[in-house]
Design a protein around this ligand. Structure first.
Ligand code: ZN
Ligand code: ZN
Length: 583
C-alpha cells in the first residue's frame, strides 16, 4: 500500500510542477486553490482504494469488486494514508485558500485526526461486532441502478471471493465485545443474509449470463452464506465473561463528539443547553395545554401535575390521524402545500428542476425509519431525490395504530417539513450546487439535521399554522431532538440506567412506550449521532441571531437561509465564521 501511495505522491508532485511552470516567483509545489483541488481529488482517490466499501456507498464504483479483510495490515494501511495525507495537507494554509477550500481544509484535517483516533484510541474494531457487516454494501450494489445489472452482479461475485477470509479474521479481531452490539450484529446478519441467499440468485435469473457461469456465481454465494452463518454461530456461542460496556465513558464521548459533530460547543455545553431548553419547552407546553383543556375536556378537572396535563392533551390530539392506506397520499398532498407556503412567504427558493419523488420505501431500507429522504450520492449530480415512505398497510393493527398516532395529523406535517420542504430535501439541493465532495462526505450530519430541525420552527414562526394544537405538537416533536441530546450524553457519560431513560422519554418527552424502547435500543448501539440534531439546531439559531445583529435593517430571512445553505454540508461553525466574516 505504501508503494501505491508513493506513486500517487509522485504523480501529484508532477502535476503541481506542471501547473506552476510559468509562475516565475511561485514555489515549485502549488499552495493555491487549484493545487488544493488536485490534492482533494487525490485524497479521495487514495481513500477509495483502501476503503472500497465507503467508496461504493458514496457512489464511486471503481472498486466495487474489492473486499478488504480487516486486520493489522489494513489498519496500518489506513494509518499510513493518514500520515501521508497529513504531510500533504500541511503544505497549505487555510487562510490562503478560498472560503470554501478553507472549510474543506479544516474538515480534512479533522477527518485525518478522527481516523487515527478511531484506530488507535477508540478501537471499535475490537469490541463492536456490528461494525463489520459486508451485507449493506452487497445490498447497495444489487439494488442501486447506477450500472447495468450484469456488471453489478459480476462485481458482486468478485467481491464475494474474500467473504470467507473476512469473517474468519473476525474471530481474531473481536475481544470481549459489547453484548448489545453482539446481539445487533447477529440480528443484522440474520436479517440481511437473504441478499446472498436469495436476492442475488433472483437477480441472476433476470440476466443472460450463461448457465455455467451462473452456477459458478451461485456456488460462491453458497460459500459466502456458510461463512456468514458460521460467524453468527460463533458470536452466539462466544464465552464473554468480561464484556466491554456499551457506554462510551466521558473521555471517549467528548473526543468522539469533537470529531464527529465538529461544533464550536463541547458535549457538556450542549447537554447543559438541552437541559435548559427542556425546562423552557415544558413551561410553554403547560401554558398551551391549560388553554386547550376546556376545548377537549370541558369541565373535567385539570390534572394538577403539569406533565400529566400536557400528556393528556397530547394523547387526545394524537387520535386525529389518517388511515393506514392514506399515509403515502397524505404525504404527497402535504408536500404540495408546503412548497406553496414556502414560495408565498418567500422563505427560500426551491429549484423547480429538482423534483422530489415520493415512493414506497425499498425493502432493504425497512425497519429504520417511518420515512426518510434519499438524495443522489455525492458523485451523482443527475440522480433523483426520493421521499421514502414505509407502508403501514401490512402491519398488525396495534402496531399500525401506534405509528399513526405518533405520526398524527399534526406531526405528519412536521415530518414532511423535516424530511422534505424546506428540510432535508431543500438543503440537499443547495448542497449539490456547492460542488465539494469533501463537505458532502466528511462534513458530518449536524448541519443537515440542525437545518431540518430549524426549518420546522422557521415554518411555524412564519405563520404556517396558528393553531395552538399545532404549536403544542411541534413542541413535542422538538423535544425529541432536545431529549436525544440529553439521553445520549447521560447514558454514555453518566451511567443513566434504562428505567430512568424510559421514564424521561415517556413522561417528559411524551413518547409512546414502543418509541421510547426503540430509542433506548438506539442509544445502546450508537453514540454521539443522537446529539447531532439539537447541536446543529442550536448552532444555526445562534448564527442567525448574530447575523441579524450584523445586518441590522438589511436583514432578510430568505437571504439568510440561502446564504447559509450555499456553503453545502459544512459544519455550522465554519459557515458561521464565513457569514460573520471572522476566522
Ligand atoms: Zn386511531
Ligand atoms: Zn433528519
Amino acid at each position: 500500500m505504501t508503494n501505491k501511495l508513493l506513486l500517487i505522491a509522485l504523480f501529484v508532485v508532477s502535476l503541481f510542477s506542471a501547473c506552476k511552470k510559468d509562475a516565475s516567483s511561485g514555489p515549485v509545489l502549488g499552495k493555491d486553490d487549484a493545487a488544493f483541488n488536485v490534492y482533494e481529488d487525490h485524497f479521495l482517490q487514495a481513500l477509495w482504494k483502501i476503503d472500497p466499501d465507503m467508496a461504493t456507498h458514496n457512489g464511486y464504483h471503481k472498486y466495487d469488486s474489492l473486499l478488504v479483510v480487516p486486520n493489522e495490515k489494513s489498519r496500518s494501511a489506513m494509518l499510513n494514508f493518514v500520515k501521508y495525507q497529513n504531510d500533504s495537507l500541511s503544505r497549505f494554509e487555510s487562510n490562503q485558500l478560498s472560503v470554501t477550500n478553507g472549510i474543506d481544509y479544516h474538515i480534512l484535517q479533522n477527518q485525518l485526526e478522527f481516523i487515527n483516533w478511531k484506530i488507535l484510541v477508540l478501537k471499535q474494531h475490537e469490541w463492536d461486532p456490528s461494525s463489520y457487516n459486508v451485507i449493506g454494501t452487497f445490498a447497495y450494489i444489487l439494488n442501486e441502478h447506477y450500472a447495468p445489472l450484469t456488471k453489478r452482479l459480476r462485481n458482486f461475485y468478485e467481491k464475494m471471493s474474500n467473504i470467507p477470509a473476512y469473517y474468519k479474521q473476525l474471530q481474531k479481531e473481536i475481544k470481549n465485545p459489547v453484548p448489545e452490539l453482539t446481539e445487533l450484529a447477529i440480528e443484522q446478519h440474520e436479517n440481511g443474509i437473504s441478499v446472498m441467499e436469495k436476492d442475488f440468485a433472483d437477480s441472476l435469473k433476470k440476466t443472460n449470463i450463461s448457465q455455467s457461469e451462473q452456477k459458478q456465481m451461485l456456488d460462491r454465494s453458497h460459500v459466502s452464506v456458510e461463512a456468514i452463518k458460521a460467524y453468527t454461530a460463533w458470536l452466539k456461542a462466544m464465552k464473554n465473561d468480561h464484556p466491554h460496556s456499551f457506554r462510551l465513558g466521558k473521555e471517549l464521548y467528548d473526543d468522539k463528539f469533537k470529531y464527529q459533530i465538529q461544533s464550536s460547543y463541547n458535549a457538556q455545553q450542549i447537554y447543559n443547553a438541552a437541559v435548559e431548553r427542556k425546562k423552557f419547552i415544558h413551561r410553554e407546553m403547560t401554558k398551551i395545554s391549560r388553554q386547550l383543556w376546556p376545548k377537549y375536556f370541558g369541565k373535567k378537572a385539570m390534572p394538577a401535575d403539569s406533565l400529566d396535563l400536557i400528556g393528556k392533551v397530547i394523547d387526545t390530539l394524537s387520535g386525529k390521524h389518517v388511515k393506514a392506506g392514506e399515509f403515502q397520499p397524505a404525504i404527497e398532498a402535504q408536500l404540495q402545500k408546503l412548497s406553496s407556503f414556502v414560495k408565498a412567504k418567500d422563505l427560500v427558493t426551491i429549484d423547480p428542476t429538482k423534483s422530489l419523488i415520493v415512493r414506497k420505501q425499498p425493502g432493504y431500507m425497512s425497519g429504520v425509519a417511518i420515512a426518510s429522504m434519499s438524495p443522489p450520492g455525492p458523485y451523482d449530480k443527475q440522480g433523483n431525490f426520493y421521499f421514502n415512505v414505509s407502508s403501514l398497510t401490512g402491519l398488525p393493527a396495534d402496531k399500525s395504530e401506534s405509528l399513526l398516532r405518533e405520526y398524527n395529523q399534526y406531526t405528519l406535517q412536521l415530518l414532511c417539513i423535516h424530511e422534505g420542504i424546506p428540510g432535508h430535501y431543500v438543503q440537499q439541493i443547495y448542497a449539490q450546487k456547492s460542488p465539494s465532495l469533501v463537505k458532502s462526505i466528511f462534513g458530518g450530519t449536524a448541519m443537515a439535521e440542525g437545518w431540518a430541525v430549524y426549518s420546522e420552527q422557521m415554518m411555524l414562526d412564519n405563520g404556517y399554522s396558528n393553531d395552538p394544537e399545532m404549536k403544542l405538537m411541534w413542541y413535542k416533536w422538538h423535544l425529541r431532538s432536545v431529549c436525544n441530546a440529553i439521553l445520549d450524553y447521560s447514558v454514555h457519560t453518566r451511567n443513566m440506567p434504562k428505567d430512568e431513560a424510559i421514564k424521561m422519554l415517556t413522561k417528559e418527552a411524551f413518547q409512546e412506550q414502543a418509541e421510547a424502547e426503540g430509542k433506548w435500543k438506539r442509544v445502546s448501539v450508537t453514540s454521539v449521532q443522537l446529539d447531532s440534531y439539537y447541536t446543529g439546531y442550536k448552532e444555526i439559531m445562534d448564527l442567525r441571531d448574530a447575523y441579524k445583529t450584523k445586518m441590522g435593517d438589511k436583514y432578510n430571512l430568505r437571504e439568510f437561509n440561502e446564504k447559509f445553505l450555499s456553503y453545502g454540508n459544512a459544519p455550522v461553525k465554519y459557515i458561521k465564521a464565513a457569514m460573520l466574516g471572522v476566522k
